[in-house]
Write a protein that binds this ligand. Structure first.
Ligand SMILES: Cc1ncc(COP(=O)(O)O)c(C=O)c1O
Length: 334
């Protein structure tokens, strides 16, 4: 039996989720006629305190549509150096939208509002790139599932307002932040102009993200989604998986968090550094440890020469955690 801790994207739909997918009413969503997609978009928008939502195939597309609505070609967005949009979307913002980035350094991905303030250059004139938006990731993936503190979110929102800057939230794992803190989703997402959330990470759907924003921006995003070739037809069968996940897989994220804390403690990491479902470990040779563990049926990600990432999710139970600890403990410090 393989214990796959590489990512929370590796989950397979449960039998109940497959059943919901099979029974979903569908229509042509490019014509706006898929009732299940429409229901999912409305539901997520309401949950997140926004006017409207748009179902998209991936978190990357949700982010890229959000960015392009806020930032024009030759303008810049600022984010931390470990942000998914900066490191893991393969330059999409530059390729598709002509957007440039500058980044601040963030310990474990934790939002540093003083650093943001030092970095931004709004209305920079004809010789320098003007900052027009700020991006925040919550929870922070490469930072180790870091939850952004409420006071820092409020401060970055005030900073953006003060300078007339747009704010995008990469909320691929916002559900985890919600469950870890008990803060309502609308409170976590409401202060941002555009927000992308994923259904295919901890929530366990096979595919799908939702971009939420004002009705006007979402109407523009719908045009761009089609232009990018991601207008989809009878995708209510996929949206149904998302609706099922919202009904059944949000509260249970607390189990993933408890398992991640147990993994962190057993492997000598500070459990406080694994507040949600991601554990990042510093090892001598990450690729070598990942290879040895894989031979014993435990899959983990080598994110850098010394950095291992372990992610708990729907398809890893307590026995899987025990097995991972047994296999990994000889290879980690602590
Ligand atoms: C924080 C974050 N944002 C965005 C994405 C992109 O999601 P997708 O793989 O669906 O494009 C990921 C993927 O893991 C992520 O971790």
């Amino acid at each position: 039996m393989i214990v796959d801790l590489r990512s929370d994207t590796v989950t397979r739909p449960t039998p109940a989720m497959r059943q919901a997918m099979a029974e979903a009413p569908v229509g042509d969503d490019v014509y706006g006629e898929d009732p299940t997609v429409t229901e999912l978009e409305r539901r997520v928008a309401t949950l997140l305190g926004h006017e409207a939502g748009l179902f998209v195939p991936s978190g990357s597309l949700g982010n890229q549509l959000g960015l392009r609505l806020l930032v024009g070609p030759g303008e810049e967005i600022v984010c931390d150096g470990g942000a998914h949009i900066a490191r893991a979307e393969l330059g999409a913002a530059a390729v598709f939208s002509g957007i440039t980035f500058r980044t601040w350094q963030a310990e474990r991905g934790l939002l540093d509002v003083d650093a943001v303030e030092r970095l931004i250059a709004p209305n920079a004139g004809p010789y320098q790139v003007s900052t027009v938006a700020i991006e925040v990731e919550n929870t922070h993936n490469f930072g180790g599932g870091t939850v952004q503190p409420a006071d820092r979110l409020a401060a970055v929102q005030a900073l953006a307002r003060e300078h007339g800057l747009g704010l995008h939230l990469d909320g691929a794992r916002l559900w985890n932040a919600h469950v870890a803190t008990g803060t309502p989703l609308a409170e976590l997402a409401g202060g941002f102009d555009t927000v992308s959330v994923c259904l295919s990470k901890g929530l366990g759907a096979p595919v799908g993200s939702v971009l939420v924003s004002s009705a006007e921006r979402v109407a523009q995003a719908r045009v761009w989604r089609k232009r990018y070739g991601a207008g989809m037809r009878q995708v209510g069968i996929l949206a149904a998986a998302g609706l099922h996940a919202l009904d059944h897989h949000v509260a249970r994220l607390a189990d993933d968090h408890a398992r991640a804390a147990r993994l962190a403690a057993a492997l000598g990491a500070d459990p406080a550094a694994a507040p949600t479902n991601i554990v990042v470990l510093d090892v001598d040779d990450a690729a070598a440890v990942a290879a040895v563990a894989a031979e014993q049926g435990v899959l983990v990600s080598a994110l850098g020469p010394r950095l291992l990432r372990l992610v708990t999710h729907l398809d890893v139970d307590d026995d899987g955690i025990d097995r991972a600890v047994t296999v990994l403990r000889p290879h980690v410090r602590g």
